[in-house]
Write a protein that binds this ligand. Sequence first.
Ligand SMILES: C[S@@+](CC[C@H](N)C(=O)[O-])C[C@H]1O[C@@H](n2cnc3c(N)ncnc32)[C@H](O)[C@@H]1O
Length: 248
Amino acid sequence: MEVNEILQMNKESWEKSAERFFGRAALPEYGPLAPREDQLNLLGNISNKTVLDIGCGSGHSLKYMAINGARELWGLDLSTKQIETATSLLHDQPVPVSLFESAMEEDPGLPENYFDIVYSVYAIGWTWDLKQTFSNISCYLKKDGIFIFSWEHPIHDRLSYKDSEYIFQKSYVKEGPELNEAWNNTAVTYQRKFSTYINTLIETGFSVEKIIDDVVLPESITDDPAKWYSAQKAQLVPATFIVKAKKR
Ligand SMILES: C[S@@+](CC[C@H](N)C(=O)[O-])C[C@H]1O[C@@H](n2cnc3c(N)ncnc32)[C@H](O)[C@@H]1O
């Protein structure tokens, strides 16, 4: 499949599913079964900061940034529906809001050396070009600006629940585009080793400050072990990882 076909397939998939995700995968949460920003305090003081959300979805994370005093809110997302929803969610903010319908692999004309914080909650793994995406983010950030992102842990979907047990079903080391099972194979995401994320950050001008793959389990574990993000599975492997990096 050509890259343009993949982007188009993913866009169509997001236009259909966007509503299901409104307000999900948004700050202060970083993702399923993971610690939250109010526990981690990775962002620090947001007051007066200029922030950019990569894969901003329905705009709920940007709203969190506004509530915490951000000076300017910027976001980009591939999906028309997500940008429309984010525009309406953020229409009455007292600070400037700039939203772009764009793939993160492309620069929709964002200012360089401008942002204090760039972040992305559960969107980075959709990129077909990690190096280009991280290079763009590095350009947008001021020196010493911070970049925080979360995504599904690369080990998570290697393990499947079959016949009442978890089995290691796919290769961890094989990288590349895959039809995404959690999306009923109607979208393509990219399998990457954990080291690929970290080494690509280093290659594109970042120093890594913190990596979090702790698991936060509910008090009682009652859900279906076959569920995509189940607490049972999280007892074996993390569902989410979070990285904080700084532009060198
Ligand atoms: C789980 S959602 C993120 C939700 C968001 N964190 C929030 O606060 O609402 C993932 C987002 O990534 C977007 N996306 C998928 N592929 C993309 C790409 N190549 N470039 C930009 N955005 C993309 C989707 O449209 C979707 O809105």
